[in-house]
Design a protein around this ligand. Sequence first.
Ligand code: SF4
Length: 141
Amino acid sequence: MSLNPTRRRFVMLAPFAGMTALAACSRPEPPTPAQMPVPTPLPMPVTPSSPTAQEPTTAPAPTTANLPIVDAQEAKALSFGYVAIASNADKARFPMFVAGSACSNCALYQGAAGETHGPCAIFIGQRVASAGWCSAWAKKA
Ligand code: SF4
């Protein structure tokens, strides 16, 4: 039995045509805008909190007012003969003591006039009494 080439071709292609038609019918319709999934918002980047009324926007200005006061009994103070009241200086040990000399009129004193204590170039990071004295005293110009 011989088949017509056209018929043979039809017989060979018919299953594929059916599968194609079935695939076309089973393809889902594209979703309408109402059926589109709602995208979830991306998380917001974490940023530092904005300054509030309680938080200063800048660091406080450095101050020497809260520096510790030199203890006359600490080793460095003892070696320099530091005393908190100049008239209590050991004049026998430091014969160069000049009457009227004090930290307040020393060239190394960095405190403001009228302050009871202020920084000193010898005792860095601490404050000395303006009425104090030590053997490094040098007349303020
Ligand atoms: S160096 Fe001057 S300011 Fe400093 S402790 Fe001595 S006397 Fe006072």
